[in-house]
Each structure stands twice: as C-alpha cells, then as structure tokens.
Design a protein around this ligand. Structure first.
Ligand code: FAD
Ligand code: NAP
Ligand code: SF4
Length: 678
C-alpha cells in the first residue's frame, strides 16, 4: 500500500510508517507479552515458531515478551534474561525465523524492580509493593549506574542477536516507572526529588542505548501515560518525560496504561474497546515522534478509527495476535469476518502466566503450541457426526472438516453457540458475539453440514464412522425445601429473558455463573462496556487528569438496578475460583453495586416470604422476590447409553465429558485436540 494507492477498507492501518532508517509496512505492532517460552533455552524453537507464524501473518513490527537485563531485574527466579553473550546466541533462532518472513522484531528489556518475585529485587527506595511479599533493597548510587549499564549491555546483545531494536519497558509499575513516580521514589540524590531527577534514570538508559547501538536501531520507549495509582505521575510530568526520551533518541513511544497494583481494570473484557487511546491522543501534539497506542484494540475497525482520528501512529496488539496469527493478513485481504477475535478473557494467556504455566489462548489452543498442535490434512477421511454446536462441538467440527473429514454438526437449538449465547448477554461479555461470528464463518468455509433445530438421536446418528458428543451440561438441581416454589428460577431462564425477576433477588451459588448473573441483574440498559465515558466514570479514570496524579478521579458507580444477595455455602471470600487476573474485577464491580456477598450460608428453604438461611448459627430471612439457582452443572450425555450398541467410535467432549469447573477454554481445547487426532 502507498499514499497513492491506499487500502480500500483500512487506509490508515495499512499505510507504511517511515522511521527514517527503515519503513514498516503497516501500523500494527505486536505488543510485548510474556508467554513462558522465554524462560528456558529449550523452549526457544517453540518461541521462534510462535513469532514466525505472526510474522508470516503480516505484522509490521513485533516486540518480544520482557527479558531482564540482569538477575536483580528478574520477574521471577531464573526468568528470561539477556545479560550475557552466551544468552544472545539462542535468540538467533527467533530473529532469523521472523526475518525469514520479512517482518521485524524488537526485544523488550524489562527490569521488574520491586515487582520481582524473588528476594534479590531492587528499587529506587525501600518501599514494598502491595502485590508482592518481598521488600526491595534500595539501590545505591553505584547500583543505579549498574542497572543503567545492564540495560545498555542488554540492548547491545539484542542487536548482536539480530534484533531490529529494543523496547525499554518504562511503564506498568516496573523499575523505570518506580523511578519516575513519587509513589515509589523517595530518593534525594540525582535520581530522585523533582520530576527531572526522577526521570533521569529512564532518560539516561534511552540516551546510552542510542549511543551504544547506533542510529539505525529501533528504540521504543514504553511510557506510562496514566499510572492509575495514587502518587503516580502528573500530566505535565508525562509530557516532559515523552519529550526527554524523544530528545535522548527514542524512535517510537508506546503507551503504558496502569500499574499492576492499580485497582482499575485495563485490559479485561469489560473494558470498552479502545478505552485508553484518548490518553495517547492527548500526548500527540506534544511530541514529534510516532506514538503507539494500546489496550483493548482487537478488531481492524477499532484500529482504523483510532488511526484515522489521528490519536496515534500505530496500534499495539498482543492478545489479538495470540488469538489469530493471521489477523493482519485477514484485515489486509478484506477477510475481517474470518478473524478469530480475542475476547479479552485472560483465561489462557495472562492467567496461565500468573500460574507459571505456558500461555495459550482460549479461542486458539495452538497459540504457543505451534510445533505441537497441528491440523494437517487427513489421509483417511471419515464421516464424522458432532452433536452439539457449543464451543467444544464448534471447534471439533470445523477443525475436523478443515482436515478433510466429512462433518455433520447437529444442534437442538436454532443457533450455534450453546452456552455462549447466554454468556454474550452478560454486560461486559459482549465480545463473546465475535466468537460465534467467527465459528459461523468457519462452518461456511470448511464445508461443515450444519443441522440446526435438530435434536440428534441414535437413529439420526447411524452411518457415521465417528460420533462426537458435545452435548454440554444440565444445571444442577438442588435439594431444598420449597425448591419448586414459583420464586425459585434457573439461571438459563433469567438470562434468556423467559423469566423477569423482581427488585430483590437472592442467587444461590457464587461460581462463574452466579457472578455473571449478579452482574446481569445489577445492570439495566446499555452495557457500560460499550460506552468509554460511562465506564471511565464508574471506575474513576480521568484521562484529563484534573488535579490528580495518576489520572485517578473519585469512582462514580451507577446505582444498581436491583438489590442482590450472592450466596455460597463455603466460608470465606466469594469468587475464589474465578480467574487470577479477573476475579478481583468481578468482586469490585459487585461491591460497587452494593451486592451483599455472603459466604458460609446454609439454605433452609423458600416460601412466600423469601429465602431462609442460617449463617454463623443465626437464622435470617432474605425477603426476596426471586431466588436464582446457579449451583453448578452436571454433564448432559443421554446419547452415550443410546449409542451403546453401535459399532462406532464415540467420543465425549466439553461439558458433556466433565462439567465440574469446566470452562470454554477446556471445551475448545478438547474439541480441537480431538479433531487434530481423528
Ligand atoms: P455447551 O455450550 O453447553 O453446548 C452444548 C450444545 O449441545 C447446546 O447448544 C445444546 O443445544 C446441544 N445439544 C445437547 N444435546 C443435543 C442433541 N441431542 N442434539 C443436538 N444438540 C444437542 N466459560 C468461560 O470459559 N469463560 C466465561 O467467561 C464463561 N462465561 C459463561 C457465562 C455464562 C452465563 C454461562 C452460562 C457459561 C459461561 N461459560 C464461560 C461456560 C462456557 O460457556 C461453557 O464451558 C461452554 O459453553 C461449554 O461448551 P460445550 O460445547 O461443552 O457445551
Ligand atoms: P461453579 O463455578 O462450579 O459454581 C457452582 C456454585 O454453586 C459454587 O459457588 C458452589 O459453591 C455452589 N453449589 C454447588 N453445589 C451446590 C448445591 N448442591 N447447593 C447449593 N449450592 C451449590 O459452576 P458455575 O457457576 O455453574 O459455572 C460453570 C462453569 O462455567 C464453570 O466452569 C465456570 O468456570 C464457567 N464460567 C466461567 C466464567 C468466567 O468468567 N471465567 C463465567 C461463568 C462461567 P458452594 O458449594 O460453596 O455453595
Ligand atoms: Fe484473548 Fe482470552 Fe485468548 Fe487471552 S485467552 S488471547 S484474552 S481470547
């Protein structure tokens, strides 16, 4: 694409970007994301394959997950480091693989500072982070100099290893950000005190890397444009820092949003798309170098809108490229409806990283498993029946058909999607629509024969070589006096609108679905996830900064639509099993909506007056209009018995296989792996 010949759909997204010494083919930067493959030399071939697929998919510039420049900067013991020449050699596999596809790649240098999960961590001052049990050692003046030098050495090693540049991580509350913010910098030497001295550490790093690596080396500085913590930067300090790193030799400034300890969600699915690009837009007129914006940009229309408005020069996407390595190529070739959209669930990427597991993707189990899970054409095409078009059945049917099997997909409902059709109604889960759009298109493309409104029985399933039962679940029925009272309703009826509930509602069960039903019932009207201004007000985000450091304002949650009691039998905190990186968001949302969250509840019965419970030995009456049962699920697979006499291979996947703690991640993964093996 050129200025004279722009892309017909996304002219700004596919406009080349001239960096002076090289030209990027488009405005997509694959943002840094830790996958777990960075930490061991043995995983580098997998890391190379992972990046190679994204490079082949046309991404303009890639940034690796964070590598520490030294041991003090480790995120965790023995985490990925680039500090010695013997470590640089293995990186050649990665850079060669990316260059073979004509793309470019920068190494991110990330010094965790007080976020390091180990006792050797250092920081500008001895101030412990609220999310880490270790207290950092305050750096001496010589120690500061050693850290700066470590960054420069790491950048030089990156250049030697074939990287096209580096990204210096200056945001998210890591070491550089700990220097720049008064919250964590109590020094009174040349690296602490006023804003100029606080940012000196970061600026020196940029200046010396530029000096050491020469003029034709991409140097991205990730700048925290809104810290979202008390004691963060003031807006004029953000501007001053951007100007200083520009003068020191940065090529691009990337946007960082929020510290890890911030109590404002920044990337979860309930954050509106592009909710933070306004902050990059505010910086645009202050500097001349190109700016990259980020967070919750997952579809080409969103990216194009931001770029066309002039809010930024590039968009950064990390998780969307995990979800679909062909994202750029599909947008470029006007195949937008084929994009497997990141739904921002964090379930297989960030949650895995926090659990010390390799990252993957809920909607794309091949992510980070490119060398292991492949969908090669079959040599033996079978006639395959898949019963159930929920996530498990959809993944299995479409991959099996892609491999060359002749697949018929049955669903008793009149639309594909199974429980995703309920999930998509939850405020903040609108992205689930995209997964259904993606699978609908995949069914067309792969030639799956789809039979909706068809409850498959044994007769309908004769003549197939393989039968896959992906028939899902049935909600657990609870044994409770008054369970048949009209006040008692199931979550499916509430979510699909069959039952309208009253102003006071008790929810039995506080698992994923109990929480979702509570969110559904406290909201009324359009979802705040679709309206950035309302969402900012609810969470206290002030892109205009006002007088507040860190871009925080008092949160102004909208009043709840109903009074809700969310109950569980087990004692302790509710939502303990929700995702590591998202559970706190669900709890905070419900707290802001004044939901009564009660653990250690014994259910005594339901009658005209409401729900009677016992808690701490005391009986209470919750005078509610309705009681919604969200007490878990059981596998639904009556066909297993009916097919007992068939001489055919029967496979059971998804909720039909295991309902306890089943989620869509497991359902899609299981469906995909079965299809790969058929
Ligand atoms: P299902 O989705 O239950 O699909 C089974 C399908 O089989 C149905 O469409 C049914 O009509 C069909 N069927 C059954 N019997 C027959 C038959 N004989 N013939 C034809 N068709 C038949 N998971 C997450 O990971 N993250 C979330 O954020 C999340 N949120 C959720 C929110 C809500 C409100 C709900 C209800 C669920 C949520 N889940 C979430 C769970 C997730 O949706 C399920 O884990 C997933 O849908 C299970 O997929 P499945 O394919 O096994 O079964
Ligand atoms: P769940 O997570 O297993 O929760 C079931 C809840 O019901 C628990 O709170 C349980 O707690 C309670 N319960 C169990 N048996 C009961 C009984 N006999 N009487 C009363 N209460 C009982 O199941 P779910 O909420 O139905 O969710 C189903 C699946 O969908 C889960 O795998 C979940 O992960 C997934 N999902 C995920 C998300 C997400 O955001 N990731 C959202 C929705 C759903 P006590 O026993 O302590 O009362
Ligand atoms: Fe996106 Fe969820 Fe996949 Fe992570 S696991 S990349 S958030 S869809």
């Amino acid at each position: 694409m050129t200025a004279a010949n722009p892309h017909p759909l996304y002219p700004h997204l596919f406009a080349p970007l001239d960096l002076g010494f090289c030209t990027l083919p488009n405005r997509v930067l694959m943002g840094s994301m830790h996958t777990g493959l960075e930490d061991h030399a043995r995983d580098f071939p997998k890391l190379a394959a992972y990046f190679a697929e994204r490079a082949a998919g046309g991404v303009g510039l890639i940034v690796t997950g964070g590598f520490s420049p030294n041991i003090a900067g480790w995120l965790k013991p023995f985490g990925g480091t680039l500090g010695w020449s013997w470590q640089a050699r293995k990186h050649r596999q990665v850079t060669d693989a990316v260059h073979a596809h004509g793309s470019r790649i920068c190494l991110q240098i990330l010094h965790a500072g007080r976020y390091g999960y180990h006792p050797l961590q250092v920081a500008p001052s001895r101030i412990k982070s609220p999310i880490n049990p270790f207290t950092p050692r305050a750096l001496s003046a010589r120690g500061v100099e050693r850290q700066i030098q470590a960054f420069v050495d790491s950048a030089r090693l990156a250049r030697d290893a074939g990287y096209d540049g580096v990204e210096v991580m200056g945001s998210e509350g890591y070491l550089l950000n700990q220097f720049t913010a008064p919250r964590t910098n109590g020094r009174d030497d040349a690296f602490g005190g006023d804003a100029t001295r606080r940012m000196r550490f970061a600026v020196e790093i940029v200046r010396r890397i530029r000096e050491a690596c020469g003029p034709d080396f991409i140097l991205i500085y990730r700048l925290s444009m809104i810290d979202l913590v008390d004691g963060g930067l003031a807006w004029d300090e953000v501007v001053a820092q951007a100007r200083a790193v520009e003068a020191a030799g940065a090529t691009l400034v990337n946007t960082g949003i929020g510290w890890h300890e911030a109590r404002v969600p920044t990337i979860s699915t309930s954050v509106p798309r592009g909710a933070f690009s306004g902050i990059t837009a505010r910086l645009k007129p202050e500097v001349a170098l190109p700016l990259v914006t980020t967070n919750r940009i997952n579809m080409p229309t969103v990216a194009e809108r931001i770029l066309a408005a002039g809010d930024a020069d590039m968009v950064s996407m990390a998780r969307p490229l995990l979800a679909d390595p062909q994202w750029v190529a599909k947008a470029r070739d006007a195949r937008t409806d084929e994009i497997n959209t990141c739904i921002a669930c964090n379930q297989a990427c960030l949650d895995h990283v926090f659990e010390n597991k390799r990252a993957s993707c809920l909607v794309n189990p091949r992510a980070c498993a490119e060398t292991e899970l492949n969908y090669a054409p079959t040599r033996e095409p079978w006639r395959v029946a898949v019963v159930g078009a929920g996530p498990a059945g959809l993944a299995c049917a479409t991959i099996a058909a892609e491999r060359g099997h002749q697949v018929t997909l049955f669903d008793a409902a009149s639309a594909i999607g199974g429980q995703f059709n309920l999930a998509k109604r939850i405020p903040g889960k609108e992205e689930f629509h995209e997964t259904l759009r993606y699978f609908a298109r995949r069914i067309e493309q792969t030639g799956v024969e789809l039979r909706l409104d068809t409850r498959a029985d044994a007769a309908a399933l004769s003549g197939f070589d393989h039968i896959v039962l992906a028939t899902g679940i049935t909600p657990r029925v609870i044994d409770l006096p008054g369970a048949d009272h009209p006040k008692v309703v199931g979550y499916r009826d509430v979510l699909d609108g069959s039952v309208a509930v009253g102003a006071k509602v008790a929810i039995i069960g506080a698992g994923g679905i109990g929480f979702d039903v509570a969110e559904f019932l406290v909201h009324e009207g359009p979802s705040p996830a679709l309206d950035p201004a309302r969402w900012h007000a609810e969470w206290g985000v002030d892109l205009a900064y006002g007088d507040n450091r860190g871009g925080l304002a008092p949160a102004r949650p909208e009043p709840p639509a109903r009074e809700i009691w969310l109950l569980q039998r087990s004692p302790g905190k509710l939502g303990g099993k929700l995702g590591k990186t998202t559970g706190w968001i669900h709890r905070a949302t419900l707290k802001a909506k004044r939901v009564h969250m009660l653990g250690g509840v014994e259910y005594l019965g339901v009658d005209e007056r409401g729900l009677r419970i016992r808690r701490d030995g005391e009986e209470q009456l919750l005078a509610v209009d309705h009681v919604v049962v969200c007490a878990g699920q059981e596998p639904f697979k009556p066909l297993v018995e009916q097919l007992g006499g068939f001489n055919v291979q029967v496979h059971v996947i998804g909720g039909a296989d295991v309902a306890a703690e089943l989620d869509a991640k497991r359902a899609i993964d299981q469906g995909s792996r079965l299809a790969a093996a058929l």
